[in-house]
Design a protein around this ligand. Structure first.
Ligand code: SAM
Length: 219
């Protein structure tokens, strides 16, 4: 089997894994209970340090909890959400209508790494549990960092043996289910190296369960 880093990313795998049933479960959870703990921790630094209203670029924003929360709390004035799953975009739009915030978010159905040239920069770029869904870290993170005017906020799997094992077992489960979707454990050193090369330095680190949270800011 060829190395995943040499293959074109399987966006169909993402589209079929992040389907309407999964989107509905996540949308219901957000409307019932608000932002989950990981996403709340991811935006905590932005809530404290925005110093004005941010323009957001939420890449792989799912059903939209992170950008809706930042809009609701007055830290953001607008958002562009780039999503590879059409079902998640539909769910996010529906939440936006329910919250009366749909006119402040522009949704684009795309693989961000393949369409970044057509997308404007923003004050804060967010990738919450996204780089672990995409094989080509270089393509996705370089393009994301280029768009980050002030902040690049990421969550991704922690570098712990039990997290490694969890993701390996999950990939085995996906393989047995004949899903085309896979998860990827990109080395933290590569994440930091790409951010540093783009002039972004780490200003905040936290963890939540399986997840590492890192916020980078433009030096
Ligand atoms: C695990 S979900 C996380 C959703 C949301 N950020 C959250 O934490 O609840 C990963 C999301 O990233 C999206 N995604 C993955 N790679 C992407 C890419 N290259 N461009 C746009 N969206 C992408 C998927 O469609 C999926 O909705």
């Amino acid at each position: 089997m060829p190395c995943p880093c040499c293959q074109p990313p399987d966006i169909d795998g993402i589209e079929s894994f992040f389907d309407s049933a999964r989107a509905k479960t996540e949308a219901d959870a957000y409307l019932r209970a608000g932002l989950d703990g990981r996403s709340a921790r991811l935006i905590a630094y932005l809530l404290r340090n925005a110093g004005g209203q941010l323009r957001l670029l939420d890449i792989g924003g799912g059903v939209g909890g992170v950008h809706y929360e930042l809009l609701r709390r007055g830290v953001a004035d607008s958002a562009v959400a780039v999503e590879a799953s059409s079902a998640y975009i539909e769910a996010a739009r529906s939440i936006g209508r329910e919250l009366g915030l749909d006119d402040r978010v522009n949704y684009l159905h795309a693989d961000f790494a393949r369409s970044a040239d057509a997308i404007d920069a923003a004050d804060a770029v967010i990738l919450d549990r996204v780089i672990c869904c995409y094989p080509l870290l270089d393509d996705l993170l370089n393009a994301s960092a280029d768009k980050a005017g002030r902040f690049l906020a990421l969550s991704y799997p922690r570098a712990k043996w039990w997290v490694f094992l969890t993701f390996k077992l999950f990939n085995l489960f996906l393989r047995l289910k004949r899903s085309n979707f896979r998860t990827y454990l990109h080395p933290h050193s590569e994440v930091h190296a790409i951010a540093a090369k783009k002039g972004l330095e780490p200003v905040h680190a936290d963890t939540q369960g399986l997840w590492q949270i890192t916020v980078f800011a433009r030096a």
